[in-house]
Design a protein around this ligand. Sequence first.
Ligand code: TYC
Length: 118
Amino acid sequence: MPDDQPPPQPPLVTRPRHDDGQGAVVAERKTAKVEPPRMYQVVMLNDDYTPMEFVVLVLQEYFKRDLETATQIMLKIHHDGRGVCGVYSKDVAATKVELVLAAARRGGHPLQCIMEAA
Ligand code: TYC
């Protein structure tokens, strides 16, 4: 299903109901199935220039990680090339990416951050 589309409506069914003696027919819609919202992981990418301390600060500030967890995530990114900072609804993930990129720009670092469907 494309991402921004509302979920498809179930078909309208018409069936006779409450015979009121006048031949009334009531159209009803079966209860729509509600899907849980899609979630998105915010992924940070490694580079050779952004200081490790800056990445740890970003993980603490924008992803609410404690120092130890932030350090582990930073080292994972450093070694594997990428790492998940957190998983959020679409709007929250997009905002986090913007905030991280803005902070990196302000600091003059090439840090890259993306979001991916979880
Ligand atoms: N590789 C960087 C360094 O050695 C550290 C780093 C970690 C950069 C994670 C980006 O997302 C990143 N200074």
